[in-house]
Design a protein. Structure first.
Length: 484
């Protein structure tokens, strides 16, 4: 890094990513208590200061969202992608804090779906003051970007806001407010800001959160100064007097009118989580499969915390304890799981749900599905008929898995071997990212490798990094040889 990028990090990957970013020459600001304790000797890790980028764990715990200034996001996302060969990243079409002139496409279930031009967004009715109906034009801001594998539809809000550290500015508002449980303390902070001559930009109101009561005056001033700079830039981009109606929208096609920040999403595969484990282990005791287990569920994450608190330094590096973890959290025999088929584009397709017919200690999980009729099986060409069954055998950590199709009377309809990032068997879903190239075996035993051209095209456009594409070809070649 030429200039140290300052990053705020929260979530289950915080310790590992803090070390990775500091090692790369960055700084971590607004660190949580546990992070401060683990990095007490590191000058680059501080409890205060403003951040150029913010890293948060995605809702499904599979990766992180990186939001901030464009240069900072590019740097931080690059470090995140560097943790393993199967870490993949995508740029948000609707980044955090972007302002759009949108058109309401439809309403229902407590929210409006808004056409943003390049994508759509969800505007909850309780996040906009005015009543909205289909066909209305509204000005909205991205409050919460959504990763593509979770649908990619951001949550929107009405009006325009700027958030920096402990302060939020609201366009069209006025004055200074401090949120605190102790009203006298809130008045004291507000008075201190007034005496110091600290005020929001003209046409904006300031709201300081509870953490402001513990901040220094210099810290409060720095946060407000940065927020005011961003507010001024937004006023220029929106090309309107700050006193104008903030929801006024010019006629024209929906689209972005201001994108002050960038946002990227990074998905971690199984090898990336193992890399994060190794990085974390250099800082604090870490059980084998720490991030793999934490990514499974809230309960599994709590179990990891308990195990590490009890065992501490006695924890040794080793293999992920698949049988122990799945015995406790699933999937177990008889459970139903989804086959969550990620695509290099970031989309997630559920191939179906099946019952766990068997589970072995080596990490193999057999999932059986009943098929509906219609069409043919991909690349096999055999007819898909009601009564057919599909038996999918996945093994934790393997770069491929086979699905064998059979008719109602047990006759083979062929086997399709999917080449993918290392499989992870979570309690309710088997997850991976498809790498395009696959191998099939016809009912007569003929073996064919398919879709190399799709992998080549994905590599050329940057959807699949070359090291990952090379690994996929190597795996496909090995599977092809084994099946012949």
């Amino acid at each position: 890094m030429d200039e140290p990028v300052r990053t705020k990090i929260r979530g289950i990957y915080a310790t590992a990513l803090t070390r990775a970013l500091v090692t790369a020459g960055g700084e971590v600001t607004q660190a949580s208590g546990p992070i401060q304790e683990r990095f007490a000797a590191a000058e680059a890790v501080t409890s205060g200061g403003l951040a150029d980028a913010r890293v948060t764990t995605t809702a499904d715990r599979q990766g992180v969202t990186v939001a901030g200034t464009p240069d900072a996001v590019e740097t931080v996302a690059g470090v995140c992608r560097g943790v393993g060969v199967d870490a993949l990243a995508w740029t948000a079409a609707a980044p955090l804090d972007a302002v759009f002139d949108a058109e309401v496409a439809e309403t229902g279930r407590g929210a409006a779906t808004c056409d943003l031009g390049a994508t759509t967004g969800r505007l909850p009715f309780d996040r906009v003051d005015a009543h909205v109906e289909t066909g209305d034009r509204v000005r909205v801001q991205v409050a919460d970007p959504d990763p593509p594998w979770l649908g990619g539809e951001p949550t929107l809000s009405g009006g325009v806001r700027v958030r920096e550290g402990v302060v939020e500015l609201v366009r069209g508002g006025s004055g200074v407010r401090v949120d605190a449980a102790d009203e006298s303390l809130a008045r004291e902070v507000a008075g201190l800001l007034d005496v110091a001559g600290v005020a929001p930009a003209e046409g904006w109101g300031a709201r300081f959160d509870r953490a402001a009561t513990e901040a220094t005056l210099d810290g409060l001033t720095a946060a407000l100064d940065r927020a005011n700079e961003r507010a001024a830039a937004l006023d220029d981009a929106l090309a309107g007097d700050a006193g104008d109606a903030v929801d006024a929208v010019d006629a024209g096609d929906p689209g972005a009118v201001a994108t002050p920040l960038a946002t990227r999403f990074v998905w971690f595969g199984r090898e990336s989580r193992a890399g994060l484990d190794a990085t974390r282990r250099a800082v604090t005791p870490t059980m084998p499969g720490h991030h793999r287990t934490k990514a499974a569920s809230e309960a599994a994450s709590a179990g990891v915390d308990l195990a590490e608190a009890l065992c501490g330094a006695a924890l040794a590096d080793g293999e992920f304890p698949f049988e122990t973890v799945t015995d406790q959290f699933g999937p177990r025999e008889g459970d139903r799981v989804a086959l969550e088929h990620g695509k290099p584009s970031g989309r997630l397709i559920t191939l179906g749900r099946g019952e766990v017919a068997d589970r072995d200690a080596d990490g193999t999980v057999a999932v059986e599905r009943s098929m509906t009729g219609g069409g043919t099986y991909d690349a096999l060409g055999t007819p898909r008929e009601a009564g057919d069954t599909a038996l999918t055998k996945v093994r934790e950590g393997r770069w491929w898995y086979p699905t064998t199709y059979r008719s109602a009377d047990g006759a083979s309809k062929g086997t399709y071997v999917n080449v993918c990032t290392p499989v992870e068997c979570f309690p309710s879903a088997v997850r991976y990212v498809d790498l395009h190239v696959d191998v099939v075996r016809q009912p007569d035993g003929e073996v064919e490798r398919v879709d190399d051209d799709e992998l080549d095209a994905a590599e050329e456009r940057g959807a699949v990094p070359s090291p990952l594409a090379d690994r996929a070809r190597e795996v496909a070649s090995g599977v092809e040889r084994a099946l012949r």
